[in-house]
Design a protein around this ligand. Structure first.
Ligand SMILES: O=C(O)CCC(=O)C(=O)O
Length: 301
């Protein structure tokens, strides 16, 4: 659904100011938007997944391990598709709290695309380079939104999501490096225009939500604190927006309508979007391995 049509529907959860901020700046942060009853359940479910990761010796399709992970000291960077590994996550993704937020920025009919749980363990080794998301999962329009929920809250030293204000109005950058690898990062020499004042990295208590548009340039620093930073990231779109490439993060839930009704017509925004590799054949693997490969390539040139 295109922005003008979305805005013709009244917002249910966001104030008009918050909704205006989302469409003007490409994101909006909502301190403590998700109630403690939910963050408590998500915290307990996260603990169960972390327990399971003790059996895991190297990163796989479910767990992205953080440096120093072992059976006695589990350290995780990410859990892929948490909704397929613990029912609390799917229930939350379909909940009124989440789908009403999504509906305010994608329109009344809401479709699920994929989710990930970025735990970013304490004293972690990785941030996330500046990038835009939509090139990894292009859709027929630019309605997709990622809703990030800080399950335990997030402070400045924990590597919060950082957004470049208004960058969704600008161009889509290439996510490929010089060697043709999909690096999930914008080449640093393309970002020389960036100044500190253009960046916002909102923090907040448990239940703080960040709604992030799919064209917005964002990234994050590594977690320098001694606390993990669990951030659940859920991607939704308008029901009439269709992904036209395989998803990098597969799930049997992909494409499920979680609010309202399925579409009868597709919505199109003809601004071009770079295509990712064929994830169905190549597999996505780890975005951090991709970014490291691109860094090494540019350092060694
Ligand atoms: O977890 C983070 O800090 C950043 C994650 C991110 O930007 C992404 O998954 O696209």
């Amino acid at each position: 659904m295109l922005t003008e049509t979305i805005l013709a529907h009244p917002a249910e959860r966001l104030t008009e100011d918050q909704r205006r901020h989302y469409f003007a700046q490409g994101y909006v942060a909502l301190a403590g938007a998700i109630p403690p009853a939910w963050t408590g359940r998500l915290r307990a479910a996260t603990r169960e997944l972390v327990e399971q990761s003790r059996q895991c010796a190297s990163s796989d399709e479910m767990f992205e391990l953080e440096a120093g992970h072992s059976a006695s000291t589990p350290r995780l960077h990410r859990v892929y598709s948490p909704q397929d590994h613990h029912p609390a996550f799917w229930e939350f993704i379909c909940s009124e709290e989440m789908t009403a937020l999504a509906a305010d920025v994608v329109g009344p009919d809401v479709k699920f695309h994929h989710a990930k749980l970025n735990l970013k363990s304490a004293r972690g080794s990785r941030g996330f380079a500046w990038h835009q998301d939509i090139q990894a999962w292009p859709h027929t329009d630019y309605s997709p939104v990622t809703i990030g929920v800080y399950i335990d809250g997030c402070d400045a030293d924990q590597g919060p999501l950082a957004m470049v204000r208004g960058s969704h109005h600008g161009k889509l950058y290439s996510m490929y490096d010089e060697d043709g690898g999909f690096a999930v990062r914008i080449a640093p020499d393309e970002m020389t225009w960036l100044e500190d004042g253009m960046v916002d990295a909102p923090t907040g208590p448990a239940g703080t939500a960040v709604l992030l548009g799919c064209r917005t340039i964002h990234g994050s620093l590594r977690n320098q604190s001694d606390r993990d930073r669990p951030l659940l990231l859920v991607v939704y779109s308008s029901a009439d927006s269709f992904a036209y490439t395989a998803s990098p993060i597969a799930s049997p839930r992909l494409g499920e309508i979680v609010r309202g009704r399925p579409a009868r017509f597709a919505s199109f925004d003809t601004r071009r979007c770079e295509l990712p590799p064929d994830w169905a054949r190549e597999g996505y693997g780890s975005p951090w391995r991709r970014q490291r490969a691109a860094e090494h390539a540019s350092v060694s040139k």
